[in-house]
Design a protein around this ligand. Structure first.
Ligand SMILES: CSCCC(=O)C(=O)COP(=O)(O)O
Ligand SMILES: [Zn+2]
Length: 217
C-alpha cells in the first residue's frame, strides 16, 4: 500500500498515540538530555514497502509540539516535504521493522539499562532467568531463561544496524546497545510499551540482585 493510500485519520491516530506515550515516558525521565526515540508503523506491513512515524532528531521529548514526528519510508527517508530530520537512529528502527514486521519500536536511555548493558556487554547478551515478569514476553515456561542481545555502541549507526539481523531473537523483543540504551518493540504500541516496561523492571531487579549478591549475610 502506498503512503498516499493510508487514511489521514489513521495517520492522526498514530501521531496522537505516539505523543501520549512520549509524554508518559518523559514523565518517567526516560528521555534524559533529548535522548531516546519512538516510532510507530502506519499502514500494512510489507517488507518491500512500509512506512512509520518517528520522532524528529534532537528534540526535547518532554514537550508536545507540532514538530515532534515525521513520516519515513523503509529506508528511513522522509516521505513528505519537511525541515525536520528523522531520529539519528532511524536505521535501527528500519531494521527492526523489516525483520519482525512489528508495529512499534521504542528506544530509551535509562540508568539501569546502561549499567546492565555494560556489566554484561563483553558477553554479548544479558542472561535473565526465573523472574516472573519474563511472562510479559509471552514466555510461560517455568524458570525460563532469556538472553537479551547487547550490541556495541558504534558512533556509526549503519554499522550498528547491520549487526541487528545477526542477534535478533524472535522470542526476545529487545536489543541493548552497550552503555547507550534499549530498543524494544511489539506488534502495536501497547505491546511495545509492555515489553519495554518489563525489560526495565528486569534490569533493575538484576542490578539490585548483583548488589545483594555482593553483600554479606
Ligand atoms: C543526546 S542522546 C544521543 C543520541 C541518542 O542516542 C538518542 O537516542 C537520540 O537521538 P535522536 O536523533 O533520536 O534525537
Ligand atoms: Zn539513543
Amino acid at each position: 500500500m502506498g503512503f498516499e493510500k493510508i487514511t489521514l485519520e489513521h495517520k492522526r491516530q498514530v501521531l496522537e498515540e505516539l505523543a501520549d506515550i512520549k509524554a508518559l515516558f518523559a514523565s518517567r525521565n526516560w528521555f534524559p538530555g533529548t535522548s531516546g526515540n519512538l516510532s510507530m508503523r502506519v499502514g500494512d506491513f510489507d517488507p518491500e514497502q512500509f512506512y512509520f512515524a518517528v520522532t524528529a532528531s534532537g528534540k526535547d521529548k518532554s514537550l508536545r509540539t507540532p514538530e515532534d514526528f515525521l513520516f519515513v519510508d523503509k529506508h528511513g527517508k522522509a516521505i513528505e516535504t519537511t525541515t525536520l530530520k528523522p531520529s539519528a537512529e532511524t536505521l535501527i528502527h528500519c531494521e527492526i521493522y523489516r525483520l519482525t514486521g512489528c508495529g512499534a519500536v521504542f528506544h530509551v536511555h535509562t540508568v539501569f539499562n546502561n549499567l546492565i548493558s555494560e556489566f554484561f556487554g563483553a558477553d554479548g547478551h544479558v542472561p535473565i532467568q526465573g523472574i516472573e515478569l519474563i511472562k510479559a514476553f509471552n514466555i510461560w515456561e517455568e524458570n525460563a531463561e532469556i538472553r537479551v542481545p547487547v550490541l556495541p555502541n558504534f558512533a556509526d549507526i549503519p554499522s550498528i544496524a547491520e549487526l541487528v539481523p545477526g542477534v535478533l531473537d524472535a522470542n526476545v523483543p529487545g536489543i541493548l546497545l552497550r552503555n547507550h540504551g534499549i530498543y524494544a518493540w511489539g506488534k502495536d504500541a501497547f505491546e511495545a510499551k509492555r515489553h519495554l516496561e518489563a525489560f526495565e523492571f528486569l534490569f533493575e531487579v538484576m542490578y539490585r540482585q548483583l548488589l545483594l549478591k555482593g553483600a554479606t549475610k
